[in-house]
Design a protein. Structure first.
Length: 93
């Protein structure tokens, strides 16, 4: 069976990948979730990790997520609009 190097809905994230993501979150000291309901554990676990470490946890997602009670900041605006505004702000204008 030929399969692309992605995790399909319902599949498990390889442990080595999980460990790499935890390390990246620890190095960043924060986590931003964009456009995900986090209804599957494979994504939600990264929010739990950041929250338990005391890191800021932000989300841009129109609608409820599984981690709503963990977020430091949440915007329910559309992801495109928010990211365009953020890019403009970072570019100085």
């Amino acid at each position: 069976v030929l399969k692309p190097d992605v995790v399909f809905f319902g599949d498990s994230v390889p442990r080595t990948t999980v460990d790499e993501i935890f390390a990246a979150i620890d190095a960043a000291g924060a986590l931003l979730v964009i456009g995900s309901s986090l209804m599957v554990y494979s994504g939600f676990r990264f929010c739990r990790h950041a929250h338990q470490a005391g890191f800021p946890l932000a989300c841009i997602n129109p609608g409820a997520t599984r981690a709503d009670d963990l977020f430091t900041l949440k915007s329910e605006s559309g992801c495109t609009e928010q990211l365009q505004a953020l890019a403009a702000e970072l570019a100085g204008g």
